[in-house]
Design a protein around this ligand. Structure first.
Ligand code: NAD
Length: 366
């Protein structure tokens, strides 16, 4: 397969972890007989410095001509005084989300058994670590529904309204992302999280997801949890979750809860899946670490490159259907951690290696 990848390293630790990742991606692809073209473009603060824009026109054009975007992270104190709309995060990520209709956020919650100490949960609650994926709808629901307004009433009281609104088509397309994700995993189970005992939108989600999975994915098991119970279950017994599927606001909250119980941001990847298909018939997507540009550790060879490396694996799975290749990268990261090679964020006071040494060890395990 020929892969066209737009590489947008961004700011602070972004270029460091990207530089660490590309040789691992390249070695994996070569080993399996694929060839990739990497177009490296400035974005965020680097875009402002190079072209005066957080998302330069040439960068956007390169993204359009690619099959997927591998993104680092953007922002930081250097651009703190730039006007709000031109800020690296707002000025780059929002237009990318809009241009490519990135409607699904896929966030693996991975806590390797060897890193249990990194979790704020007691080790007895996570005997096998955590290995789940949270899939959050990104472009609908209460954050975008109209009417959305604040009005002063005749009696002087102020009333604010937000509207939660969903359509069948929005639910169907994200259910397909959840099915594809579940099928690539051992347990093949989707847990739909909603509030269908109270909300009309949740009742629609429940009906549409249940019927769609039953009709199109008999090999996938579907379970349901109400959102309040799901929030408790996530800390009581996170090991029970495989793929968690939910709407925008519930996903916003639950995916952050999941991230914190998984320990370091340096291990967590994420994907935003788009409505458009790429040249290979797979969804176009943007793949990035869950964390930000970590200015506090930038330029010191301290950043954990695993989140970026695992983002590349996610890209191979979702935008190219290369499940075996993705699994090989994930296994190499796991083997490296299991062998005791760790960056400072997951070394728990023990010997820590730098970004480059960590990446070299993962590369060796491919
Ligand atoms: P951050 O995620 O950058 O850092 C939070 C903490 O996690 C820091 O202590 C940092 O050192 C640590 N950390 C993050 N990634 C790490 C890694 N790979 N290895 C080791 N430690 C890691 O959050 P912040 O400090 O609030 O934000 C810094 C900048 O990043 C801000 O400008 C923010 O707007 C931006 N940001 C960008 C994105 C994005 O590009 N998608 C996301 C979040 C924040």
């Amino acid at each position: 397969m020929n892969l066209k990848i737009a590489v947008l390293p961004g700011d602070y630790i972004g270029p460091e972890v990207m530089e660490a990742t590309l040789p691992i991606l390249e070695k994996t692809l070569k080993k399996h007989g694929h060839e990739a073209e990497y177009s490296v473009c400035p974005v965020g603060g680097a875009g402002i410095d190079a072209c005066g824009e957080p998302l330069p026109a040439e960068t956007l054009a390169t993204c359009r001509a690619s099959d997927a975007i591998l993104f680092g992270s953007v922002g930081g104190p250097k651009w703190a005084n730039v006007p709000r709309d031109k800020q690296p995060e707002r000025g780059a990520l929002l237009p990318l989300r809009k241009t490519f209709e990135l409607f699904a956020n896929v966030r693996p919650g991975l806590l390797l058994p060897a890193l249990k100490e990194a979790s704020p949960l007691a080790a007895t609650r996570i005997p096998n670590g955590i290995d789940m994926v949270c899939i959050r709808e990104l472009t609908g629901g209460i954050y975008f529904g109209k009417p959305k307004q604040t009005t002063t009433l005749a009696n002087g009281e102020v009333e604010a309204v937000d509207t939660m609104r969903y359509r069948t088509s929005e639910i169907l397309r994200i259910t397909d992302v959840a099915i594809a994700t579940a099928r690539a995993r051992e347990r093949k189970t989707i847990c739909l999280v909603d509030k269908s005992n109270v909300l009309e939108t949740s009742a629609l989600w429940n009906k549409v997801v249940s019927e769609h999975v039953a009709a199109n994915a008999p090999d996938v098991k579907l379970t349901h949890l109400l959102v309040d119970n799901a929030a408790m279950q996530l800390v009581a017994n996170p090991g029970q979750f495989d793929v968690l599927l939910t709407e925008n606001m519930f996903g916003d909250i639950l995916s952050d809860e999941m991230a914190i119980i998984c320990g370091s941001l340096g291990m967590l990847s994420s994907a935003s899946i788009g409505a458009q298909k790429n040249r290979h018939g797979f969804p176009f997507g943007l793949y990035e670490p869950s964390g930000g540009s970590a200015p506090d550790i930038a330029g010191q060879d301290k950043a954990n490159p695993c989140a970026q490396i695992l983002s590349a694996a996610l890209m191979l799975r979702h935008s190219f259907g290369l499940n075996a290749e993705a699994a090989e990268i994930e296994a190499a990261v796991r083997a490296t951690i299991d062998a005791g090679t760790r960056t400072a964020d997951v070394a728990f006071g023990g010997n820590a290696v730098g970004t480059r040494e960590m990446a070299a060890a993962v590369l060796k395990n491919i």
